[in-house]
Design a binder for this molecule. Structure first.
Ligand SMILES: N[C@@H](CCC(=O)N[C@@H](CS)C(=O)NCC(=O)O)C(=O)O
Length: 223
């Protein structure tokens, strides 16, 4: 039997350097020590609408993970899949209350904040339809709303990280959103001291550093 046929296939991550949804998955893969092939989907060139890519991700968003025969589209689904298939460095605690808190934090990021700042396509869509020229204000409104809730939720339970002294799922979802808030949406993080402190803590961790948008292979130089 040829050697390559018994070797497990390398994971493939279809993603985009600046996408916070992609950054979450890169962090989770790094924490779990999983090597992956970086497949760039250039959102600035509308490559997410390529009919070949649509076969992988019917909603035409990044990220998408391909693990052999298994295709998982949507960052939350991908991270839950990775959690079950690759149990090393668990991201969900056994304690039910803490587990629910981690999922709640992840869900606030994915449902309250990120869809409202999905640039350029969704915000440009609204701008075109409703003559809304204040797209930065729109994104900032939802970032501030979400960050206010997150700050309240975690200020009394945070340890070194969001829900204690271990890095968990909440951290994987929080950091890309905080990074986007600072680097793209001019959010004043002095209003959110716990989130600001966590951001500094994440930036000291190799697995988080390696997922930072600006250092990805498809990031424009000087970004
Ligand atoms: N719920 C999805 C959202 C994915 C999403 O919004 N991806 C953005 C980048 S973070 C995207 O592909 N935008 C391109 C577009 O809107 O056409 C997930 O978590 O994967």
């Amino acid at each position: 039997m040829a050697l390559e046929s018994i070797e497990p296939q390398k994971l493939k991550l279809y993603n985009y350097w600046r996408s916070s949804c992609s950054q979450r998955v890169r962090i989770a893969l790094n924490l779990k020590g999983l090597d992956y092939e970086y497949k760039a989907v250039d959102l600035s060139k509308d490559e997410q609408f390529d009919p070949e890519y649509e076969k992988l991700n019917p909603v035409k968003y990044v990220p998408t993970l391909v693990d052999g025969e298994v295709i998982v589209a949507d960052s939350f689904a991908i991270i839950l899949y990775l959690e079950e298939k690759y149990p090393q460095h668990p991201l969900l605690p056994k304690d039910l209350k803490k587990k629910a808190l981690n999922i709640q934090i992840a869900s606030i990021v994915t449902s309250t904040i990120q869809p409202r700042q999905n640039l350029p396509v969704d915000i440009d869509f609204i701008e075109g339809r409703f003559d809304l020229d204040k797209k930065l204000l729109w994104a900032q409104h939802y970032l501030n709303k979400g960050f206010t809730a997150l700050e309240k939720l975690i200020k009394d339970c945070a340890g070194k990280y969001a829900t204690g002294d271990e890095i968990q799922m909440a951290d994987v979802f929080l950091e890309p959103q905080i990074h986007a808030g600072i680097s793209r949406f001019e959010i004043d993080m002095s209003k959110f001291p716990t989130l600001a402190r966590l951001h500094e803590a994440y930036m000291k961790i190799t697995e988080f550093q390696a997922a930072v948008p600006e250092i990805q292979q498809d990031a424009p130089t000087g970004s």
